[in-house]
Unconditional design. Structure first.
Lengths: 630, 312
């Protein structure tokens, strides 16, 4: 069997080097001219527990995980717990081989490490393989690695076996290894690689591979990076030189990238006692005139509610990022979900005065990150970048040119001392930081240390120089001015939209989604159009202020729309209905909240269900909720 | 040239510069100890040679949080318990600015207790004044973290079952490099201690006894006070950690026996401040970060040049 794409799954336990091996494999395929997309699945555990990464590679653009996989390299979990009869966690050692095996395509390949996985322990693998046309290769990778290098190099042996079985040129991988590994470990790894590669050629007939890898060529240079990389790089290019944080999965990735990069550019990273402090530090740094950020995931972001409100009231520019994972509470720390949307929109007391952006792809993660800083500083408002574990962690090949941009350190209306001299002051000599009548509601600011710029800021309602004030007229003037900023931001985004349309403009049906499901939905749109169903999609990137006109126009243009999101309570559909005040009778929902992102086929099936009207999807991975009216 | 000419001005500074020209009259109750903090701080500023434009006063919530309404400088009135994280980032972002944080005992030792420990540990070069009145004042007299065991209030009708926080010992254990206690009833000592605290290069914690005549003790109950550094009855060396610790223990116990001990309890003038430590490991720029955003000639680094290679 040949496919037009490879979906290679490497599975083992946490700590078995799945992430680094798959990253190098993906990068090698990218360098060979293919487009790649990775999907990670891992437990909240340091050693052991079923972990896999899928690398999808094609000559065509890939914008999503695939449907299942066609090549399984099962290393076995070397840190597995001893299985007991009836243990709730099952036989961990065998999970990398047996878990999700139904998702392996017909005619697919299984390579497993018979040095770790006992052939007697593989259930009814032989019978299933025969029924599905799978090709099974038990190979003692562990012994091979030990004899020719070190035991931990069994991953290298597994990659070599993959190359031999699929026809990937060995140089594709060995060249990558030479770049990535220091000499000391390179030589034994190369030795293991060559031995394993030769072994397969000696033992098996590989002239007609069971699964082949397509050939591809890029029009321009590609780079392999994740949403977390892209968010951090966007921040750096906007002149952000201060970050404060506290570790929490999956936000830790951005925090780590920034903490390593900032000292190289004269920036400052602060790891502090909790997320209340983290966000408050970002405010303190921004108040002094620097460009600053903080962030966390759901539970940590909950602690930021107070400083977030303080940033709204004091009009301190700041970017906070929120990397969603499955909740409530500790939830499933390493699994993606999109259930913190309402949390970031409304947390903290009083009327929300913030911007919330939700990038959908790696390129958008960079673009939205830059836009987040621009809006925060131009409009003196907290901006939240909402994404999830899926977008943060998936590695995707994207054109390098997308990141080749000019820096923008602009800080908005921050006056120089010369400008302060001519600015309005009160009778006490205080600079009027919060004037009622200003363009777009944005009153210029000064920063401590500037001569003649002193003023107060406070979380209390305040008058122009920043003194606490409960005067009703001033209150209304200040509230209205701050609200005016939201209108100005809406107009700003209308000129420079972060929402993404895909598919034929005059389509009969629509799919509405947000964030990391974008690519998967777009692949589903392609497949549906290929089967003759006319459908287009809109991925909304602007959560607050909401693009009411644009989404209304989209919904007006279609007969029905399916709203796709990863949560159980249809928060994005609810937000859309609330903002639009209509269309409840033509928006059905497709939801998924089992810890795994959608596969394209699930969106296709959910969509067919919505227009067939039978309201039932197969299996229990996704849930369909019909339109219910307003 | 610096974009901040307000910093480091060489001129004569008058204490009255720190009195707002508009509405200088605080709204604290008559006889409140908070007046003593305001007066001592205004008096200390000319002594340390800092002007209103180069001073940032960061406060929490409560009667004490209103300090910057009555003190002419840059002011950031934050939220309950969070003055320290705002203040320390301000210091890191622009070390040239004189940063003073202030709040009440509930603010600093209760809701903000975690920040207190960690700011002390990091040893930021700043003054932190805790208005300790042993009560929650603005919310009308509830038991606070420093109220003595058995303290009765509307929310503790049978008397508090808890031992009070020991603020001086807590500061020392947490890593503060300057720890003192003064009292509103002792204005000369208060001004001297605030001056020394600001001159100290590190985290200087001053537990400031501020009587609350409305809900708790009046001024008379803090008199007579004893300056432990001067008194013949006490002999300890504030640069000796063990002696300081013992003196703090006595001071904290005696407060609840009616004996008011004050003074500078501990100082370690050799310990580098956080800014010095951060610079030593190459994680803080030599020139204040805040300057860079006003420098039109600065060549801003690009991620594409710095970081993209490893993704190729």
């Amino acid at each position: 069997m040949t496919d037009d794409e490879l979906i290679w799954r490497i599975a083992g336990g946490s700590g078995d080097g799945i992430a680094s091996t798959s990253q190098n494999f993906a990068k090698a395929l990218m360098r060979s001219g293919l487009n790649v997309f990775t999907h990670r699945h891992y437990p909240s555990r340091i050693r052991g527990g079923h972990t896999y990464t899928e690398v999808r590679a094609s000559s065509e653009p890939v914008r999503s995980r695939g449907d299942g996989y066609n090549f399984l390299l099962a290393l076995g979990d070397s840190f597995a717990r001893n299985p007991r009869e009836g243990a709730y966690y099952g036989n961990e050692e065998a999970k990398p081989l047996l878990e999700n095996l139904d998702d392996l395509h017909e005619g697919g390949v299984i390579v497993y490490d018979s040095g770790l996985l006992d052939e007697d322990d593989t259930d009814n693998l032989d019978a299933r393989a025969e029924a599905n046309g799978w090709h099974v290769y038990p190979i003692d990778l562990r012994t091979m690695a030990r004899e020719h290098g070190r035991e931990v190099m069994r991953n290298t042996a597994g990659v070599a076996v993959t190359c031999a079985l699929t026809g990937i040129e060995p140089e594709t991988i060995t060249g990558m290894m030479s770049d990535a590994m220091p000499d000391k470990i390179l030589d034994p790894n190369l030795n293991v690689f060559n031995q394993a590669y030769d072994y397969v050629h000696e033992e098996f007939d590989v002239d007609a591979p069971d699964v082949t890898v397509p050939e591809g060529e890029h029009d321009e240079e590609q780079v392999l990076l994740s949403g977390s990389d892209a968010i951090a790089y966007g921040a750096i290019d906007e002149g952000c030189r201060f970050i404060a944080g506290y570790p929490m999965t999956p936000w830790t990735e951005v925090f780590t990238i920034m903490s390593q990069a900032l000292p190289q550019v004269g920036g400052i990273s602060e790891q502090v006692e909790d997320e209340i402090a983290a966000a408050a530090l970002a405010l303190g740094a921004s108040h002094m005139g620097t460009k600053a950020m903080s962030g966390s995931s759901g539970g940590g972001f909950a602690l930021m509610s107070e400083p977030l409100g303080l940033a709204e009231m004091t009009e301190t520019p700041v970017v906070l990022i929120e990397a969603m994972r499955a909740g409530p509470s500790t939830g499933m720390p390493t699994k993606p979900e999109q259930a913190d949307l309402e949390h970031v929109l409304y947390t903290s007391q009083g009327d929300s005065q913030r911007v919330v952006l939700a990038p959908g792809t790696v390129e958008e993660a960079y673009d939205h990150s830059r836009q987040a800083f621009q809006l925060a500083y131009e409009y003196q408002i907290p901006t939240i970048l909402l994404y999830d574990q899926k977008l943060g962690g998936e590695l995707v090949s994207v054109p390098a040119s997308h990141f080749d941009r000019e820096p923008n350190p602009a800080t908005g209306k921050m006056l120089t001392e010369a400008e302060i001299e001519d600015a309005p002051h009160d009778a006490s000599g205080k600079f009027e930081r919060f004037r009622h009548d200003v363009d777009d509601g944005v009153s210029p600011r000064t920063v401590p240390g500037q001569k003649g710029g002193r003023h107060l800021v406070t979380g209390n309602e305040h008058n122009p120089p920043g003194h606490i004030s409960e005067d009703p007229d001033n209150r209304v003037a200040q509230m209205d001015r701050r609200a005016e900023k939201m209108s100005a931001i809406r107009a700003h985004l209308d000129d420079d939209s972060l929402n993404y349309h895909y598919g034929p403009e005059n389509a009969e049906y629509g799919i509405l989604t947000f964030g990391s499901q974008q690519g998967t939905v777009e692949e589903a749109v392609d497949r549906l159009n290929e089967t003759g169903i006319s459908v287009k999609s809109l991925t909304v990137g602007e959560m607050m202020p909401y693009p009411i006109d644009e989404v209304s126009a989209f919904l007006d243009s279609v007969d029905e729309a399916l709203v796709v999101e990863m949560n159980a309570s249809a928060q994005f559909r609810g937000l859309t209905q609330k903002e639009l005040g209509a269309y409840g009778d033509r928006m059905a929902s497709l939801l998924k909240y089992n810890g795994n992102p959608f596969e394209p086929a699930e969106v296709v099936e959910g969509f067919e269900t919505s227009i067939d009207g039978d309201d039932q999807v197969s299996g229990n991975e996704t849930r369909f909720v019909p339109a219910a009216g307003d | 040239m610096s974009a901040f000419t307000g910093i480091g001005e060489e001129r004569e500074i008058e204490r009255e510069e720190f009195t707002p020209g508009l509405e200088p009259q605080p709204t604290w109750c008559p006889g409140c100890g908070d007046f003593g903090v305001l007066k001592a701080l205004k008096g200390a500023m000319p002594e340390v040679g800092r002007t209103p434009d180069e001073t940032l006063l960061v406060t929490g919530i409560g009667c004490s949080g209103k300090l910057n309404s009555y003190f002419e400088s840059y002011g950031f009135h934050t939220i309950h318990g969070r003055s320290l994280p705002v203040a320390r980032a301000a210091k890191v972002a622009n070390p040239g600015v004189e940063v003073v944080a202030a709040g009440g005992d509930g603010d600093g030792y209760g809701i903000g207790g975690n920040h207190f420990m960690h700011t002390a540990r990091e040893n930021h070069d700043m003054l932190y004044i805790v208005f300790n009145n042993e009560i929650f004042g603005l919310t009308k007299g509830q038991t606070s973290p420093t109220s003595p065991k058995g303290h009765k209030s509307k929310t503790q009708p049978s008397g508090s079952a808890k031992e009070p926080i020991r603020p001086l010992s807590l500061a020392l254990t947490s890593g503060a490099s300057f720890v003192a206690r003064t009292a509103a009833v002792n204005p000369n000592q208060a001004q001297r201690i605030l001056t020394e605290a600001m001159e100290h290069d590190g985290f200087a914690h001053v537990d400031f006894l501020t009587q609350c005549p409305t809900w708790n003790k009046d001024a008379k109950q803090y008199v007579p006070y004893i300056d432990a550094n001067e008194s013949d009855d006490y002999d300890f060396d504030p640069t000796n950690r063990a002696e300081a610790q013992e003196m703090m223990r006595q001071t904290e116990e005696k407060l609840y026996e009616g004996e008011v001990l004050t003074g500078i309890y501990y100082r370690d003038d050799d310990r580098p401040s956080y800014g010095q430590e951060k610079r030593a490991i190459g994680e803080m720029p030599e020139e204040p970060l805040a300057e860079r955003y006003f420098d039109d000639d600065y060549e801003w680094e690009r991620s594409a040049d710095l970081l993209l290679d490893k993704h190729r």
